[in-house]
Design a binder for this molecule. Structure first.
Ligand code: GUN
Ligand code: ZN
Length: 416
């Protein structure tokens, strides 16, 4: 058994002098500090222990194109995202990106992620393997499209089906991943439905209601559907755990049906702002009872930090006409347990409750940093958590543990 001693910020509870005891990869105690005579205790005071972060929407092949600003969705896809995704046909390039991508997530404190794979099977395999090597709990899938994209990114539905069967056998944390209704025909969505029926318990991820031009395109292509969600709804199986990214422009009837079906939304505020998609109607999601978590949405988003994404959500809601006032506890919940709930993994991860996997982030402000100075002046733990969400970046992620094992640690010498 190993004991970590430090202030702890868990979902809905704080221990200013806390202890986290880990045995065989599981949390066995999380509470006020007390001595554990038979265990090795590591004194981590000076930093903070939090649950590992959950990223509910992120694209691995887009790591290198973060920061292409000033375009709208369909234009950005054509000009930047899709040409880069086509490069994933080169397996040596894809393998390099997969490795760097997984490192980017883990070094930002993410321990679980739902990831858009590539339009190519070998590149998608490279991602799963990079995640396995690092210890990241990755759920991902081969991206389906059979129209409306450059031809090198398209597959025939029957080929998509066959390739998926092999991948599912090899990688059980598998997400059926049609890119979006614009680029997936009915035949392709039928393949998704068949896979979900044949493999109960898989995940299903795609995009929805991101920008008006995209929504109009979907309405044109699926004349029979009452709205965008109606397209996916027709092909969804009851068993699948469904995560839809964005949902910036939902109709009221869609929200009602999303709540009834128990789908989750991945809210991606920095991407929504950067592409000009709009402000997420968080209050309407809360009022309708639609579950939502956070997605960094690399590469339309600004990086792989779920903490930064939580802060972006806070900022966007502050300037929204009917915005929700997210406090630090709410940001922590959205960055952790809400993601685990969206992925159906809430009994395994997402908080520091005893019995769960010891997926832990240790934050410690770099010596001499503005954040370190601010933390010295806080009056209570809530202010410390606020300062962390406002200022902590990857440089403050000192150590990350996955099932108790250290999967990332940073030398304490960088000042910022
Ligand atoms: N809709 C379809 N593909 C994408 C993508 O790669 N990024 C975003 N933000 N939206 C999409
Ligand atoms: Zn996306």
């Amino acid at each position: 058994m190993e004991v970590l001693r430090a202030p702890i910020f868990d979902v809905h509870r704080t221990f200013s002098d806390g202890a986290l005891a880990i045995d065989a990869g599981r949390i066995v105690y999380c509470g006020d500090y007390k001595p554990f005579p038979d265990a090795k205790t590591i004194d981590l005071r000076g930093g903070f222990l939090l649950p590992g972060f959950v990223d509910a929407h992120v694209h691995f092949p887009q790591l290198r194109i973060i920061g292409r600003l000033g375009r709208s969705l369909l234009d950005w896809l054509d000009r930047f995202a899709l040409p880069e995704e086509a490069r994933m046909a080169d397996i040596s390039y894809a393998t390099e990106i997969a490795r760097d991508f997984v490192h980017a997530l883990v070094s930002n404190g993410t321990t679980t992620a739902l990831i858009f794979g590539a339009h190519f099977v070998p590149a998608t395999v490279a991602l799963f393997e990079a995640a396995e090597r690092t210890g990241l709990r990755a759920i991902s899938g081969f991206v389906f499209s059979d129209r409306a994209l450059p031809p090198e990114l398209l597959q025939k539905p029957e080929d998509a089906y066959r390739a998926s069967k092999l991948l599912i056998k090899k990688f059980p944390r598998y997400a059926i991943t049609p890119r979006f209704a614009v680029s997936a025909s009915e035949a392709m969505l039928e393949v998704c439905q068949t896979l979900a029926r044949e493999h109960p318990g898989l995940w299903f991820q795609t995009h929805i209601n991101e920008q008006p031009g995209e929504i109009q395109d979907v309405a044109r292509r699926f004349g029979w559907a009452q709205d965008y969600f109606g397209v996916y709804e027709r092909f969804l199986q009851n068993e699948a755990r469904v995560v839809l990214a964005h949902n910036v422009h939902p109709r009221e009837a869609e929200l009602e049906r999303m709540a009834a079906r128990g789908v989750s939304i991945a809210h991606c505020p920095s991407s929504n702002a950067s592409l000009g998609s709009g402000i997420f109607p968080m209050r309407r999601h809360l009022d309708a009872g639609v579950r939502f978590a956070l997605g960094t949405d690399v590469g339309a988003g600004s990086g792989a930090s779920v903490m930064r994404e939580a802060f972006a959500a806070y900022l966007m809601q502050r300037v929204a006409a009917d915005g929700v006032r997210m406090d630090a506890g709410e940001m922590l919940y959205r960055a952790t347990l809400a993601g685990a709930e969206a992925l159906g993994l809430e009994t395994e991860t997402g908080s520091l409750e005893a019995g769960k996997s010891a997926d832990i982030v240790y934050l410690r402000a770099p010596e001499g940093s503005v954040l370190a100075g601010a933390l010295k002046r806080v009056e209570d733990p809530t202010q410390a958590l606020e300062a962390l969400f406002t200022m902590a970046s990857a440089e403050s992620v000192r150590e990350v543990r996955m099932a108790g094992e250290v999967v990332f640690s940073r030398k304490p010498d960088s000042r910022m």
